[in-house]
Design a binder for this molecule. Structure first.
Ligand code: UD1
Length: 344
């Protein structure tokens, strides 16, 4: 029998790519998603790639009774990958309660129900945002956690603390916390990808939409940072590489590869790329010019951050493989597919 994994937020951007990799690896997947930031058609994309449609339950994880019913009717769920969360940094500043409810109460509900449901492990989606501006680069998992700059960032820190306290209290499950750097790109089939709601807040969807002519020009937020070309530096990682790390993490939890009950891994490439470098790589790979202007810095942006992925490479046995060029090309192919479908 195939091992059953519950993927919350499984129709979202990173969630959908992870469902594909889980199914390709032989897991049976149940998705719970409230479709607040994704569409049901994502299931068609997953099915086209894997020839298998995951079980889908449209539900809000704040509904604890509903969640309990899911665990009773699927008594063989062995692991959870918890993606479901609100993720717009700017929005979180003016809707903090929404962010704390969606990002914290949902985790409490899952952790509360896991022991009785016999779920052995949970993989949690965290972010490099917990490091703030690190004092030492590349940043390792031991770097100090800095005060969060937004309710979104704070919710990730609180989530990590809740998991840590729950594990140390002796509850009968294990956890792996994954701190993502900047996931970009789309599945090579262009059947699934990132589908931002309205004007994209993140860099790569804004670039691809500008290249497509949907947006007039890209605003580069600041060229006066203390970096070689003055623009901010990030660690951009292909979403399929990131998705594969989740399969490795859930394997590790369920096969008891480690004695540790809680482990934390950075998921990045280890390479820092500036906004202007990313833009010129996009133009080189696609042959499409992207009009841009330099504007003021964006409030809350960190100057530079990239991962030391050695812990994930050596202990988890996972390494990011795709180059930033091929990753940007996959994002562009996805944007072109959206145009063919008349979506954007
Ligand atoms: C942010 C969060 C991260 C979160 C992610 C999800 C912080 C520090 N990071 O990542 O935790 O998981 O969003 O949404 O809060 N840029 C432009 N023009 C644009 C858009 C972006 O120049 O139109 C620049 C930004 O200034 C930044 C880089 O591009 O330097 C990447 O920005 P973005 O894609 O929004 O990701 P982060 O801010 O790194």
């Amino acid at each position: 029998m195939k091992t059953k994994i519950l993927v919350t937020g499984g129709t979202g951007y990173i969630g959908s790519h992870t469902v594909v990799e889980l199914q390709n690896a032989g897991y049976e997947v149940i998705i719970i998603d409230n479709l607040s930031n994704s569409t049901i058609e994502v299931l068609d994309g997953i099915e086209k790639i894997t020839n298998k449609r995951p079980i889908f339950i449209q539900m809000d994880l704040n509904d604890k009774v509903g969640l309990q019913q899911v665990f009773s009717s699927h008594a063989d769920i062995k692991g959870i990958i918890h993606f479901a969360a609100s993720k717009a940094v700017g929005e979180s500043v003016y809707k903090p309660l929404l962010y704390y409810r969606n990002n914290i109460v949902t985790l409490l509900n899952l952790l509360d129900l896991m022991p009785e449901a016999g779920v052995e492990g949970i993989v949690f989606s965290s972010s490099c945002t917990v490091y703030g501006q690190p004092d030492i680069l590349p940043v390792t998992e031991d770097a100090p956690i800095k005060p969060a700059l937004s309710p979104y960032g704070n919710s990730k820190q609180i989530n990590e603390e809740i998991i840590r306290d729950t594990i140390y209290a002796g509850l009968p499950f294990k956890s792996i916390i994954l701190r993502y750097f900047n996931p970009i790109g789309a599945h090579p089939s262009a059947e699934i990808g990132e589908l931002p709601n309205g004007v994209p807040q993140n860099l790569v969807p804004f670039i691809t939409q500008t290249a497509m002519g949907i947006r007039q020009e890209l605003s580069v937020f600041g060229d006066d940072y203390n970096t070689p070309d003055g623009s901010c530096i990030r660690d951009y990682i292909h979403v399929v590489d990131l998705a594969k790390a989740h399969v490795t993490a859930i394997d590790r939890l369920l096969t008891n590869k480690s004695e540790e009950r809680l482990e934390i891994f950075n998921l990045g490439t280890g390479i820092g790329v500036s906004v202007l470098e990313l833009l010129s790589t996009f133009e080189k790979e696609t042959g499409v010019k992207v009009p841009y202007k330099i504007v003021e810095r964006r409030e809350g942006d960190i100057e530079q951050v990239w991962a030391d992925p050695k812990h994930a490479n050596e202990v988890l046995g996972w390494t990011a493989k795709e180059s930033v060029g091929s990753t940007l090309l996959s994002a562009w192919n996805w944007q072109k597919r959206l145009r063919e479908r008349g979506i954007q």
